[in-house]
Design a protein. Structure first.
Length: 94
């Protein structure tokens, strides 16, 4: 049974391609990857060719604004408080 790794790509400029590179390397090492993203469907065929499952979280402006606020708060935290908030953010977008 292969391990499956989920990657969440934040809805900010410049994050999709590096996250995609990371996903490709993880797949190359024998793992399955699910990439959660906020992009449109224009990249889906690219992901499928690379054997990467994707789940679009949509591009709803309201949701992105909430996540931006949470990520701003996250940038000021460390340790277990940062870990707890990261889990909470992931639950919101799942």
């Amino acid at each position: 049974m292969k391990h499956r790794i989920g990657l969440v790509c934040p809805p900010f400029t410049g994050h999709l391609n590096p996250m995609l590179s990371l996903a490709v390397e993880i797949v190359r090492r024998g793992y399955e990857v699910v990439l959660f993203h906020y992009d449109t469907d224009r990249h889906i065929s690219r992901f499928n060719k690379l054997k990467i499952d994707t789940i679009s979280l949509g591009a709803q402006k309201e949701a992105i604004n909430l996540i931006n606020r949470d990520l701003l708060l996250l940038s000021s935290l460390s340790g277990s408080r940062a870990s707890d908030l990261t889990v909470e953010i992931c639950r919101k977008v799942a």
